[in-house]
Ligand binder design. Structure first.
Ligand SMILES: [Zn+2]
Length: 472
């Protein structure tokens, strides 16, 4: 009894002392922390590192086994970027990096006394580092991205919000060597790149590689045409955000046309054929169009875009008006490209389709997206890799673009001057003259002359009738 009474009393006294209560509480927290810590904060690892060199920056991507925090700073003489990652452990991945001959010349890493992992990037020049974390997406887990931007280099990141759209563009454009009107600028956008491989074929062909090859071939076809100046939005294996693709075409190149080249995949491996798309602002024209647009719009999440650069378009009445006008032309040029492609490859559908592709949202430039074929179809994958097929596709796409501008040249261009000259050339038929004589005299094809004047047979002409002479 006495013993029990005494114990009861001392226990009561113990709990009456506030500092003891606080101490007990603290101890229990400490115990809980000791038990929980090893499972919650297991050291993360860098499981692989990729380096992508672009003309204006180098991107270094660390694949991580989980989410991390990091601290980045620079040192000079020699130029270095230092990244401290708390609670991370060194792995072999950090010693096996392919630098690909860019400004990044070495990468070193070592654990610090405080438990941080320190990674040092040795550079051959001063670069502006930017870093951000990416959450898991598609084939990737957590990633830390370091963009090393060229100092003073023109980095084509879109301003936010987008510049107001004006009804007329009066910026200087490049002029044709003939001095007879400026060149038409065609921006060729090879889809995906770098972190974003795009679709992958059954035998491992990557969309980003074949579309860059095809884009270069289209560039060559257009380069050979007087009055057209092609530009490539992506020139190597690196990622370009969707908004940057549009804005580079609009602001840096002042393009008259934007054409994005792709070769995508579909669940059904039998799906085949090329398609051409324009933007739709009111839903997609087919299920496939909707699925492809959703796939393409994933590009930013896979390729890696910092949140404050995320794609946002400001809409306004002027924007809407400009968009309606450029969409009408997108449909025209897209239909011509599709028709030409139909001569060299199977078409998925005989008409142009529309869906909400983010890359096509330039308000004032006709913009189309060409799916050159399904890389998921084994036969088309083989074709897309073949030089012969790439050449055929590129010529057809080039012809479609040239035909469109021949008929709808932007004012002030060499093409517009040529059309004006061509349209003004007329011939009044004299007594006894035949169509073939007239065709011969102007060195034009008889069939072309008839088609140009909507004549069905050669005898449907009369004296005094005025013929329009097509460009020979
Ligand atoms: Zn694609």
């Amino acid at each position: 009894m006495r013993l029990g009474k005494g114990l009861k009393k001392s226990v009561k006294m113990w709990f009456q002392a506030r500092w003891v209560r606080a101490g007990l509480l603290r101890m229990s927290f400490l115990l809980a922390a000791l038990i929980i810590t090893p499972t919650l904060q297991a050291a993360e690892q860098v499981s692989s590192v990729r380096v992508w060199n672009a003309p204006d920056h180098t991107r270094v991507v660390f694949d991580l086994t989980g989410p991390i925090t990091h601290h980045l700073f620079t040192l000079d003489a020699p130029d270095r970027v230092v990244i401290d990652i708390p609670n991370a452990v060194k792995t072999q991945a950090l010693d096996l990096v392919d630098f690909k001959g860019g400004p990044l010349v070495n990468m070193r890493s070592a654990p610090q006394a405080n438990g941080d992992l320190r990674v040092v990037l040795d550079l051959d020049r001063r670069l502006n580092p930017k870093s951000f974390l990416l959450k898991p997406s598609d084939q990737y887990g957590h990633r830390l991205v370091i963009d090393l931007e060229k100092v003073g280099g023109q980095v084509a990141t879109p301003a936010k919000p987008s510049a107001p759209v004006t009804a007329s563009t009066s910026k200087p454009k490049s002029y044709s060597s003939m001095g007879n009107g400026r060149d038409i600028v065609v921006a060729i956008d090879a889809g995906h790149g770098g972190e974003d491989p795009g679709a992958i074929g059954p035998s491992g062909t990557r969309e980003k590689d074949v579309v860059l090859q095809i884009s270069r071939r289209i560039y060559n076809v257009l380069q050979a045409e007087q009055g057209i100046k092609p530009v490539l939005i992506r020139t190597g294996d690196y990622f370009v955000p969707l908004a940057t693709r549009r804005e580079t075409a609009r602001r840096r190149h002042n393009a008259d046309l934007f054409i994005s080249i792709h070769a995508d995949a579909f669940d059904n491996h039998r799906a085949r054929g090329a398609s051409v798309f324009a933007l739709s602002r009111r839903g997609a024209t087919s299920t496939l169009a909707r699925v492809l647009a959703e796939q393409e719009n994933q590009s930013d999440a896979i390729g890696g875009v910092q949140i404050d650069n995320a794609d946002e378009m400001v809409t306004s009445v002027i924007y809407d008006l400009a968009m309606e006008g450029s969409m009408e032309h997108s449909i025209k040029v897209g239909s011509m490209v599709l028709r030409e492609m139909g001569g060299v490859t199977h078409l998925h559908k005989k008409h142009l389709e529309q869906a909400g592709f983010a890359v096509l949202k330039s308000p004032d430039i006709p913009s189309i997206l060409v799916e050159t074929g399904f890389i998921s179809n084994p036969a088309e994958e083989r074709n897309l890799k073949s030089k012969d097929h790439q050449v055929k596709l590129s010529r057809a796409i080039g012809r479609g673009i040239i035909t469109y501008f021949d008929q709808h040249p932007p004012p002030g261009t060499y093409f517009a001057a040529r059309k004006q000259q061509r349209d003004s050339q007329q011939h009044r038929i004299a007594r006894g003259e035949t169509l073939s004589e007239i065709a011969q005299r102007y060195r034009v094809d008889l069939a072309a002359l008839m088609q140009y004047n909507q004549l069905k047979t050669t005898d449907l002409i009369r004296e005094g009738q005025v013929l329009r002479i097509p460009h020979s």
